[in-house]
Write a protein that binds this ligand. Sequence first.
Ligand SMILES: Nc1nc2c(ncn2[C@@H]2O[C@H](COP(=O)(O)OP(=O)(O)OP(=O)(O)O)[C@@H](O)[C@H]2O)c(=O)[nH]1
Ligand SMILES: [Mg+2]
Ligand SMILES: [Zn+2]
Length: 359
Amino acid sequence: MLATPETRFTLERLGWDEFFAAAFEVHAAEGLLPGRVAVQHGGVYDVYTEIGELHAEPSGRLRHEATGSGELPAAGDWVAVEPVEAGSRTRIQAVLPRRTVFSRKVALGETEQQVVAANVDVAFLVSSLNQDLNLRRLERYLTMAWESGAVPVVVLSKGDLVTDPEAAVAEVQAVAIGVPVHVVSSVTGAGLEELLGYLRGDRTGALLGSSGVGKSTLVNRLLGEELLDVQEIRSDGRGRHTTTRRELVPLPGGGLLLDTPGMRELQLWDAGSGIDDAFAEILELAGRCRFSDCAHETEPGCAVHAAIDRGALSLDRLLSYRKLQRELRMLERRQDQRARSEERKRYRVQARSRRKASW
Ligand SMILES: Nc1nc2c(ncn2[C@@H]2O[C@H](COP(=O)(O)OP(=O)(O)OP(=O)(O)O)[C@@H](O)[C@H]2O)c(=O)[nH]1
Ligand SMILES: [Mg+2]
Ligand SMILES: [Zn+2]
């Protein structure tokens, strides 16, 4: 069911809980309304609220004080808006702290954060079974998912196109250690119930993966007949409904799915511990190397290389780990530089408002 101004959802149905309620208290005191961002298009946001769906723009202050696009609202964010009539335009005054955030770097060589999905509980990492499964790309997604704070689940899509997915599942399991792997098909419906299981209790799942792997088809399928209605002639004969684009959609049976556009390049953003989770077995092996500062190159007594020699670890995986590590170190250095220039910007903004206040 798509939200229209007449469609209202309770906050709980949208994933609201004590964490957000506590963060919202100060805004409630200002008479603001909580809402959750369904999608952003050209600087305007569609926001689900208890009074219906609103169109909102960030207030001048919010825009002004944001030090980067990462601080502006994104799909999945909880925001504080000025209360207005349902269906009309309003302003977003604040973005509530994010419980989880899936970010990437905007493009190679830049240090701008792009928030792909906010407040996601479960990150469905989708790869299609009919194309070449790219394990290295999956490792990248896993690193980002762990870093986001969401729980990763691997989804192998288009199961109807392969007769024996078992080999692919085994390959994936070897790099997605401890992560559930599901084979699904939007054509036959196989495996879809299992995915819904992760969203019980109105949790939010995001679909992440390359273009064409079937993310949007999966959302449509899980939305069921209600969405198909949208593409049919309206009963009052006034022509077609225009299908409104949404990224975050409440599912009929509970829970929400956040569809993301396919990403051509997935540059890491956070230089945190996600990589340690994604490559936990390498870290574990490293703990058994003779030298505590072993670089796993040519050192004697290297447990990582011993594991490669006996076939317990693939060399490709070690190389992939190194590549991501290098990328993160480089990013960290750039972010440090950027942090310093942001500090200066903040200082200027504060100095300006102090001047204003003294007028
Ligand atoms: N055989 C088969 N085809 C599928 C399945 N799911 C999706 N497709 C087809 O795959 C193509 C791409 O599907 P989309 O859902 O648009 O893929 P997407 O991941 O949303 O792509 P982007 O929006 O570009 O990121 C379409 O032609 C779908 O019909 C499936 O389970 N089986
Ligand atoms: Mg899509
Ligand atoms: Zn070593």
